[in-house]
Design a protein around this ligand. Structure first.
Ligand SMILES: [Zn+2]
Length: 267
């Protein structure tokens, strides 16, 4: 009797485990999202051609203050190819260190009210809409911080509740495989640090495949001298690995993958 009970317990545990796994479209084993911050020229120069050749769509988080008129048609073309132009705010506000002087007008997070921050996100939405004509997009927190004012008021949930963006990306969390661990306003990521090699990134993809999870990479510079930069060749090696495993992987924009997660959550 005890053996039967134990067997039943393990069977239920296994069935429960299977049910808890995320079902990705077309029975893919994992979702891989490639995101690139700050609208850097190296992303246009190296990343877009590599992605386009591989047939992958990715998300590029642009900030208003960096965009020049000459960049507008370039990013419009990037969007036309199927990539997402994500919202990374207008002024890219960060948390000012106590010793640092705040500029006038002040664009440190401490200087913002909740209303002002949401207004800036809305403004950037309008700007991006003028470029790509899209009405839905995702958001990446500048400097990875989602609080404003000296009181550190969180603007993540209010931003989603106001309907300004569909989802938002955090700067931590790694690979996860439970729907409840993927917060729509703070989705987990793998941060690509300075000079990282493909050999250090590919294990995260393998982990996502094994766990049937999601892996969102956060890149900055590729093949340039920006901070958090990796070599263009290393980026290509990662893309090559994704191509080799195309049958197992759903590689898409942050917006598309998170919209699928949202459906799974029943929202
Ligand atoms: Zn940034």
């Amino acid at each position: 009797m005890r053996n039967i009970c134990l067997s039943l317990f393990f069977l239920l545990a296994i069935v429960g485990g299977i049910q808890a796994q995320i079902q990705w479209p077309q029975n893919k084993k994992a979702a891989i999202v490639l995101t690139y911050d700050d609208g850097l020229p190296s992303q246009i120069q190296y990343v877009i051609p590599q992605l386009d050749k591989a047939g992958f769509s990715a998300t590029f988080y642009l900030m208003g203050k960096m965009l020049k008129d000459i960049d507008i048609p370039v990013w419009r073309e990037v969007s036309r190819k199927g990539h997402e132009l994500g919202n990374h705010s207008v002024y890219h506000p960060c948390w000012a260190k106590p010793e640092s002087k705040r500029s006038e007008p002040c664009h440190a997070l401490q200087c913002y009210s909740l209303k002002e921050m949401l207004l800036e996100v809305e403004l950037m939405n309008a700007f991006l809409h003028a470029i790509d004509g899209k009405k839905e997009r995702s958001y990446a927190y500048p400097c990875g911080k989602s609080v404003v004012g000296e009181e550190e008021i969180d603007y993540a949930k209010p931003m989603l509740e106001a309907g300004l963006v569909k989802s938002a990306r955090s700067v931590y969390g790694g690979v996860v495989n439970k729907v409840e661990d993927i917060r729509m306003e703070m989705a987990p990521v793998v941060v690509v640090n300075n000079k990282m090699k493909a050999d250090e990134l590919i294990p995260y993809v393998k982990e996502a495949i094994t766990k049937q999870g999601i892996c969102v990479f956060l890149f900055h510079g590729v093949g340039d001298n920006f901070h958090y930069t990796i070599e263009a060749e290393e980026h290509q090696k990662l893309i090559d690995f994704l191509v080799e495993n195309k049958d197992k992987l759903w590689v898409d924009t942050f917006l598309n993958v998170m919209n699928h997660v949202s459906q799974l959550k029943g929202k």
